[in-house]
Design a protein around this ligand. Sequence first.
Ligand code: 3HC
Length: 311
Amino acid sequence: DDPEKLAEFQAKIDADIKVEPRDWMPEGYRKTLIRQIGQHAHSEIVGQLPEGNWITRAPTLERKMILLAKVQDEAGHGLYLYAAAETLGVSRDELTEMLLDGRMKYSSIFNYPTLNWADIGAVGWLVDGAAIMNQVPLQRTSYGPYSRAMIRICKEESFHQRQGYDIMMKMAQGTEAQKKMAQDALNRLWYPSLMMFGPSDAESVHSTQNMAWKIKMNTNDELRQKFVDQTVPQAEYLGLTIPDENLKWNEDKGGYDYSDPDWTEFFNVLKGNGPCNTDRLEARNKAWDDGAWVRDGLMAHAEKKRAAKTA
Ligand code: 3HC
């Protein structure tokens, strides 16, 4: 890229002026945005699977309606994000193809199973809690369409987390068996939730450049730390124990010291060897194949309407 244009572009970023689709942008900026927004959108869509699995098994009609609303919200979040990615010159079909053939990622957390109803509470509380921690700063990201999609998404996310925490309260303050289920869900989902913030800063590939371009507003470890500091008191209120014997308040840093997730497990899940990777991609491939007749019908109808208009 032409150094003058690059300098002008960086000055624009530093002045917090939003980059819009028709503006000049470095090829690397476009590429890394397609990667991040596309994978963010994939995470929303694949994220519907673990929760969708429990809509028919919700313990009450009210819980079923809440979960249905949340899963529908996630589909909408995917739509806003695919639409934001399309403004960068990639089609939604291309992005879907790259998800289905494994060339693009989605958040590692969705490769873990939801084994019982307490997991649905822990997913809302921890996974949506982590997602909010990561998405709130992204409302100020430099790319206009992404920032506006984030503002809309963040408005809905707090309901997602609250309903999850409400399930955890019900169970943690319920029978002994329910409390045991809530603790077991926390034990299984704690470290995978920490992994949602990405590898440690030292291992992060994109952080430096993406923070210079204000695509990423905080480092992975900063947000992970904020998430731990916010979540520990919430676990204490529930009377549940965070599964980390090194967890300790550190007065000097004004935050908790905590154990890192198992990074070998993290990179293994990213490589496709998590508990549910195969199921998730099979489910998305099946949905794509099963939906072909709907897409063909819509295209044929659009073609007929277009032909009628021009006749
Ligand atoms: N799962 C899968 N891949 C991950 C990951 C995770 N938890 N964390 C990092 N990675 C990947 C990165 O994508 C990158 O691989 P790539 O070059 O093939 O894309 C590699 O690991 C190195 O990580 P980096 O830290 O260098 O990557 P980033 O700078 O992109 O940081 C991120 C990763 C923090 C997830 C960042 O991409 C981001 O903030 N994305 C937007 C938010 C997002 O996607 N959140 C996912 C959850 S959305 C959600 O949970 C929906 C909610 O409604 C439940």
